[in-house]
Design a protein around this ligand. Sequence first.
Ligand SMILES: [Zn+2]
Length: 330
Amino acid sequence: MLIVKKKTRSIKQIGLERFVQRLPSHHSRYSSIENALRTTRAGDNGEKILAGVFSRFQIPFQHYVFHDLNLSSTGKFQIDTLFLCRQGAVILEMKNIAGSISFPTGQNQITRTLKNGQVDSFECPSIQLERNEMLLEDWFYARNMSVPIYKAVVFPRTQQHFESERSNLKILFPLEVLTYLRNIGDLSPTLDDGQLREISAALMESHRDYNPFPLISSFNISSSELKTGVQCEKCGLFGMESIHKGWGCHRCKYVSADAHLQSVLDYFMLVDNVITNRDCRLFLRLDSPQKANRILKRLQVPSFGDRKGRHYAVDLSDIELLENKVRRDD
Ligand SMILES: [Zn+2]
């Protein structure tokens, strides 16, 4: 057994949490950011549940599990969990949606009804599964591989009620996933162990981490609409003052040596993947170019240009490293 790319709290969720902090609550798009955060959080939790099933239970035959794969063939596509065995590839999509779910016939949507009577519509998971199946088929085809593809949607809430399910859509609860996969494992194999290893290596090679940043552009918000300043990690105030030892909060008197790190990370996740000394001073509300220079230099991220034209640019892995650093300092 091999589990590749185990899922944790996503960097997108962390970015959206910072977005909610930095956007004034009276902003017209505030609730759409909150909604995006809620959806991302539900998705992350659902995927954690599925990853937990794979780590707790044994599957007694040769297989590989990939979580959160981003691939491209005739189009870009993302698969929540891909299970690979000698019988073929199984696409598992997670749908963490609360409420009673109904599948109206002849529609590409599902509706859910909450206890309070609220009704919402979502794209039917069968649409996404069929699209992913087609793109994965194309991915195999481009590599001269012929692999049978199976697909199912997983709803992580075991108390969930479904109405008028579709005959062409396999629905599973997390613990049913194992039986479903074991049944596929009983079919006659079409791949040998060597081919399995080859496909697994090709998937890893082809996977690209998805970079959701900077977030303001996907929500059509301008950087001038965000709260600036260094945030006090004790009382939440934006606008810590630059002092000799670092940063001081005039409201709660907290002093921090490196509170600016979170703000620079916020800049990269929300505003732009490139920062200059001037951008840094405006965003941190800092007067001293020397201090801004020291802050940027110590980030240890790639820089370009010299002196006044110097700018620092990050990719997703730089952002993840910086995020780890901020969290460790908590
Ligand atoms: Zn404070």
